[in-house]
Design a protein around this ligand. Structure first.
Ligand code: FUB
Length: 469
């Protein structure tokens, strides 16, 4: 019988602007609250916290980093810092932001101290993904107050760096050139209807929250400080009714006076009381990062990063932004012919990530019917001859299917995973590809098993590549 050759031609590059899949929240393997974006060289980095599943408060212990070249496929860089990185920290690894200066990366964090107050510390590294080290061995800002949370840092064109932070009250200091000390006293920004739309939040009782509705808005927490076209912006989590909104004020100077400009994101079904955000430009586009509690089983204490693209109005004001499931479009394509990390993904189900000293971050806890989706993979025109993957498995029976464009799409390759000698014994496994593939496709790595129940782990997955014909 004559073998029929299947030719699979991908979408043209212009179809990258058509979004048809859910993309928010952007990370599904763990929670990723309080996103703080940073652009360095050709990549967007997101520094986040890590909500622990099953808790009823913000008992967090570590901070995470992901990066992307295209805004849709996010590579997990693991947990470069945790409470253990700061000898003075005891609990509550809360919101943080990393900034780059002169090739060094300063990650400003806040955490609860042994005295039960909150303090701001800073870790430093030569790389955006670490290793990071506590720069001081003690907090940078410690005043015995609970208000020392949510640091945000901006370095102005003249080289002067400003650290803002606060909960209820908004404080700032000018950082010294070393970025790990400050000059002068801590200043508090006065809050008024003119500056932040409402009065300083005096307390958290129901009565107080209801009274606040008569104000336009009010500064609560999560300040995000940046500059654009000579104007300074302060986005913050404000209060609207019973949940937080994202609002902003602007100023002609880095230390105010601030002028309230309105709400950016409000009354959205985020399923989370808090809504901590960041705004940044990347490759000519503007993005809002925020968090929602919309992963299965999540909520106010299980929050995940989401991203929306927006355009500033001609006068520099920020439009109202609504949350979407679709999120943002890819800005680039993935090259399938180089080593790609398995922990680079646009969407995933029924798998997690983990890291170890030997190989770094990898995909683990893969289960039957789980999958990883990698968006906008450009196979070019030359054709594909084979697929290979680095896999470790203590037990056999797992199957890795490589499919195009959906979990049930054309199967390009299948690897029946043998015992490799242990869950951390890695082997490169190969499969030939006979179909002729070209153009841009989403690639799905689908996890299956031979007579394996849904509960059993299948294999660990570190990286993959295709070979050209
Ligand atoms: O994630 C813990 C705290 O919740 C943050 O520090 C606040 O901004 C709020 O998002």
């Amino acid at each position: 019988m004559k073998k029929v050759k299947i030719i699979i031609t991908g979408l043209a590059l212009c179809s990258l602007s058509t979004t048809i899949f859910a993309q928010n929240p952007v990370i599904q393997t763990h929670f990723s609250p309080d996103p703080a974006p940073m652009v360095y060289k050709d990549k967007m980095y997101i520094y986040t916290g890590d909500d622990i599943p099953g808790y009823d408060f913000y008992y967090m212990t570590k901070w995470r980093v992901h990066s992307s070249e295209d805004m849709v496929n996010w590579t997990d860089h693991g947990v470069p810092i945790s409470l253990e990185s700061f000898s003075w920290a005891r609990d509550r690894a809360w919101a943080a932001q990393c900034v780059q200066k002169d090739g060094k990366f300063y990650w400003y964090i806040c955490a609860q101290t042994v005295n039960n107050d909150m303090a701001i510390g800073v870790a430093v590294s030569d790389s955006p993904i670490g290793p990071f080290k506590d720069a001081l061995g003690k907090p940078l800002i410690t005043t015995g107050s609970w208000d020392n949370i949510d640091p945000t840092v901006f370095i102005d064109e003249d080289g002067q760096a400003y650290l803002y932070w606060g909960n209820g009250h908004l404080f700032y200091v000018k950082l010294n050139k070393d970025m790990v000390s400050y000059e002068g006293k801590i200043s508090e920004i006065p809050q008024s209807v003119e500056s932040f739309g409402g009065l300083r939040r005096p307390g958290k009782s129901d009565e107080v929250l209801q009274k606040q509705e008569k104000f336009e808005d009010v500064f609560v927490e999560g300040p995000w400080f940046y500059k654009r076209n000579k104007q300074y912006y302060m986005m913050y989590a404000g209060m609207t009714g019973r949940t937080e909104c994202l609002s902003y004020a602007t100023s002609q100077s880095p230390i105010g006076p601030w002028k309230y400009k309105g709400k950016i994101m409000t009354d959205q079904p985020t399923n989370s009381f808090t809504n901590h955000g960041g705004i940044i430009d990347f490759k000519g586009k503007s993005y809002l990062f925020y968090h929602t509690g919309l992963l299965p089983g999540a909520g106010s204490y299980g929050r995940s990063t989401a991203i929306e693209e927006f355009k500033y109005n001609p006068d520099g004001s920020i439009p109202k932004i609504t949350m979407t499931k679709e999120g943002v479009n890819p800005l680039a394509t993935v090259n399938p012919y180089k080593r790609n990390e398995a922990e680079m993904m646009a969407w995933s189900e029924k798998c997690k990530t983990a890291e170890n000293k030997k190989i770094g971050v990898y995909v683990t806890e893969t289960r039957v019917n789980g999958f990883i989706k990698v968006r906008a993979v450009d196979f070019g025109t030359q054709g594909v001859s084979a697929f290979s993957a680095s896999i470790a498995a203590g037990l056999d029976g797992g199957i890795l299917e490589v499919r195009l464009d959906s979990v049930t799409g054309t199967k390009l390759a299948q690897i029946e995973v043998p015992r490799t000698g242990g869950w951390d014994v890695w082997k490169t496994l190969n499969a030939k590809i006979s179909e002729s593939v070209s153009g841009v496709h989403d690639v799905y790595f689908v996890f299956q098993g031979k007579n394996i129940t849904a509960g059993r782990e299948l294999f660990n997955f570190d990286y993959w590549s295709f070979q050209k014909k």
